[in-house]
Ligand binder design. Structure first.
Ligand SMILES: [Cu+2]
Length: 330
C-alpha cells in the first residue's frame, strides 16, 4: 500500500527518468549550418512545450486511477463550464504557439528554398550544381578568380580571340580576353608561347610596350601568370566541397530518375528530379566532413549511392577550385 509521500517520490522519480530520456533529443543542436540550427531550434521549442503537457496529462491519469480505484459505484461528472472553457483556450494557445513557431522555420529560405522571406546577405552567393545519377553524385562549380599564377604549367591551344597583345620583349605577352580551352581568361601574362596567326613582321614591328589588337591568334605551350579566370567550371564526383561562412545555393537535378540529396549532419535534404531544378539555400557555420546519402530508393545500387560533403574554409575552397581548373587545362 502506497502512502502519499511514497507516491509523490515515485512520481518525481518517474518525471526525472522521463526528462533524462528526452534530453538527448534537445541536446543535439550542434548547428553546423543555419538550416540545421533552425530545424533543431524548432525541435527544442516543441519538446519543451510537449513535456509539461505530457507530465500534466499522465499525472492526472495516474492520480485518477489511484484515487478512484476503490470506488464501487461510478458517479457521473457534473457539467463544469469553467473547466471546459479553460481547456479549450489552453489548447488554442498551444496550437497557435506550435503553428507560429513552425511557420517561422518552414517559411525561412534556409529551410524552404524559394521562400519569399528576405535572406541575410542576398549577394555573394556560391552556387553549386548537384547531379544525381545511378549511383553517384556529381557536382559542378563555377570558377571566377583573380591573380591566378601557374608559371610551371603548360597550357595548350590558347586562343586569343580579339586579344590585345603587348610586346614586352622577354617579359611575356600580356593578354586580355583570352580563351583557354573554351574558358575565358580576362587578363594575364603568357610566357614561352609559340604565337601562331601573328606573322613575324607584325610581331617584330611592335615596339616595346606597344599594344595592338588581333583576332584568331593562337599561343601553344604557354605558361600563365597573374591571370583572371572568368566563367570557368570545375567538377567533382562523390565528394562535394563547400565553403564555410558563406551563403551557398545548391541547384539539384537528376540525370536519369528520382534521387534525393540528403546530408543529415548539415540538416539538408532535397529531391532530385530529371528535367527540374530544386534548390537548397544554406550557410555552413563550421568546417567538417559529413556523410551524403541518396534518400530516394532508386534501384539496386541505391544503398551504395553515398558521398561526402566537405565544408572547408573559403580560402581552401577557392584554392581547390583554381587548382582543379588549372589541372583540367593540362
Ligand atoms: Cu539515388
Amino acid at each position: 500500500m502506497l502512502n502519499r509521500k511514497r507516491a509523490g517520490l515515485l512520481g518525481l522519480f518517474g518525471l526525472g527518468l522521463f526528462l533524462a530520456a528526452v534530453e538527448p533529443a534537445t541536446a543535439q543542436s550542434t548547428e553546423s549550418t543555419i538550416t540545421e540550427g533552425l530545424i533543431w531550434g524548432l525541435n527544442e521549442k516543441l519538446v519543451y512545450a510537449a513535456v509539461p503537457i505530457t507530465v500534466l496529462v499522465e499525472g492526472i491519469l495516474i492520480y485518477t486511477v489511484w484515487k478512484f480505484s476503490k470506488n464501487d459505484e461510478a458517479k457521473p461528472t457534473q457539467e463544469n463550464r469553467r473547466l471546459e472553457i479553460t481547456w479549450t483556450i489552453a489548447t488554442a494557445i498551444i496550437l497557435l504557439f506550435v503553428g507560429v513557431a513552425t511557420y517561422q522555420v518552414l517559411g525561412s529560405p534556409y529551410v524552404s528554398a524559394g521562400s519569399q522571406q528576405a535572406i541575410e546577405e542576398p549577394g555573394n552567393v556560391e552556387e553549386i550544381e548537384v547531379y544525381g545519377q545511378k549511383y553517384v553524385w556529381n557536382f559542378e562549380y563555377s570558377v571566377d578568380a583573380e591573380g591566378v599564377t601557374a608559371s610551371d604549367l603548360t597550357l595548350e591551344n590558347v586562343t586569343l580571340d580579339e586579344a590585345t597583345v603587348t610586346n614586352t620583349s622577354g617579359d611575356g605577352i600580356q593578354v586580355e580576353d583570352a580563351e583557354v580551352s573554351g574558358e575565358k581568361i580576362e587578363s594575364g601574362t603568357l610566357f614561352n608561347g609559340v604565337v601562331t596567326g601573328l606573322d613575324n613582321e607584325t610581331r617584330d614591328s611592335l615596339t616595346e610596350n606597344e599594344t595592338e589588337t588581333f583576332s584568331d591568334v593562337t599561343v601553344e605551350s604557354a605558361t600563365i601568370s597573374d591571370a583572371t579566370i572568368q566563367n570557368g567550371t570545375v567538377s567533382s564526383s562523390e565528394t562535394m566541397k563547400m565553403p564555410a561562412n558563406r551563403e551557398v545555393t545548391l541547384n539539384i537535378t537528376s540525370n536519369d530518375w528520382l534521387h534525393s540529396f540528403h546530408a543529415p549532419g548539415l540538416g539538408l535534404k532535397q529531391d532530385a528530379f530529371p528535367g527540374e531544378w530544386n534548390q537548397i539555400r544554406t550557410k555552413a557555420t563550421e568546417t567538417g566532413e559529413h556523410q551524403l546519402y541518396c534518400a530516394e530508393y532508386c534501384g539496386s545500387g541505391h544503398s551504395d549511392m553515398l558521398g561526402q560533403v566537405e565544408v572547408v574554409s573559403q580560402e581552401e575552397y577557392r584554392e581547390w577550385k583554381v587548382d582543379t581548373w588549372l589541372e583540367d587545362q593540362q
